[in-house]
Design a protein around this ligand. Sequence first.
Ligand code: PLP
Length: 400
Amino acid sequence: MQTVTKPFMEAAGKASFIRKMFEKGIELKAKYGEDAVCDFSLGNPDVPPPEAARAVLHRIADDAMKPLGLGYCPNAGIPAVRAAMAKMLTSQQKVEVGADDIVMTVGAASALVCFFRATIDAGDEVIVPSPYFVEYGNYCGHFGGVLKPVPTHEDFTLDLEAIAAAVTPKTRAILINSPNNPTGQIYSIDELRKLASLVEDVNRSRGEGGRPLYILSDEPYRAFAYDGAEVPPVLPLTRFAVVLGSFSKSLSLAGERVGYIVVSPELSKLDGGALISTLILVNRTLGYVNAPVVGQKLAAAICNETVDIGIYKRRHDLMAKVLSDAGIEFVMPRGAFYFFPKAPGGDDARFVDALLKERILAVPGSGFGRAGHIRLSCAVDEKIIARSAEGFKRAAEECR
Ligand code: PLP
C-alpha cells in the first residue's frame, strides 16, 4: 500500500545519506560506547545558553501561572517581544526597523516556510548558491517551488555572473545564507552590494505591476564570525530584502523553536503592506499559529547576548589543525560552526565510509549539492575533535 504521496516517497529516498549517518551513529554508540564515536554529523548546538537565561526562565515560570500565561498570543508575536526585536534588528541591520515589520516564527525554519507560502506559486523558482542547507528544497517544494542551485566559486564566494544568468521571469527569490551552512563562508559587503544591484535591475525591468525578485537572507549563524570577520547587514542594500534568523544557535535555544522574519521597512509599506500581513496570516494557517510563548519571552530578554563564541572558536581552530595534519584540503570557514573539506581521492561517499571505519561520522557533500566534499559540524566537545585526529589521518591515507 502506498501510505504517503509520491513526492514524499521520493523525498524520503533522497534524505537517505543523512539518515544513514544518523542510524550508523546510534549503532556505533550502542556497540562501542558514546565516547568511542566522534560524531560530526549533527548541527545541534551543545554549548549551554548564557547564564542570564536561568533567572529569566524563573521569571517566565511565575508569569506562566497567571491566567493566559501560556495561552495563545497574537499570530505575529507578543507585542513587547516584537518591540525588543525591532530594537535589536535596528542596531544589527543599520536600518530603522519597526515592530510591525517583524513576525515571530517557529525558528528560522518556519520563517522560510512562511515566506515561500506567501510568495511562491507552483513552478516558481528560488536561486540558491550551492552548496546549501539541504532543507531549502523541501521548504519551497511544499508549494511547488523549484530550487535552482547555482555553484559558488571554489572558495565558496558568490558567483554573481552565474546567479545573474540563472534569473528567469519565474525567479521569486535569491536565497543566501551567511555565515553559511555547510561552508562557513561569509559574503562580503562588495558581493552583497552587487547582488542587491542585480535584484534592483531585475525589479526595474519587471516594472511596478510585476512580481518582485527578493533577496532572502537566512541568518541563524550571524553571531558566529571569527578572527574579526563581520557579517554585513542586507536590509540597507535594497528595499527588496527580507531577513530571517533565530536563536537556535546564538543562544542554544534550538529546541525552543523561536525565530523571526523581518521585511525591509520600505517593502513592508509596498502593495498596502501585503507581504507582512500575508506572512502573519500564513504563520497561522500553516498551523504554527504563534511562536512558542516561553521561547519568545526568553529570547527577547537575552537577545543581545550570545553563547560563549570563544568555545566554538577554539573548536574551529582545533578542527583546522586536525584536518591540516591529516593533509586534508579545506577553505578556512570564517563563520558558523562547520567545515566543508575536500574528500581525499575526490569520492565523498568513499571517504565517509573510510571515516566510519574509524568511528568518525561525517555527512557527504553530495547531500548539500556539492560532491567531492564532506561536512563536519563542530557542535561537539574539543576532546572529541582531538580524539579524531589519528582516524582522519588513516582514512585520508586510505582514500588517496
Ligand atoms: N537555516 C540554516 C542554514 C540552518 O542550518 C538551520 C538549522 O540548522 C536552519 C535554517 C533552521 O534553524 P531553526 O529553525 O532551528 O532556527
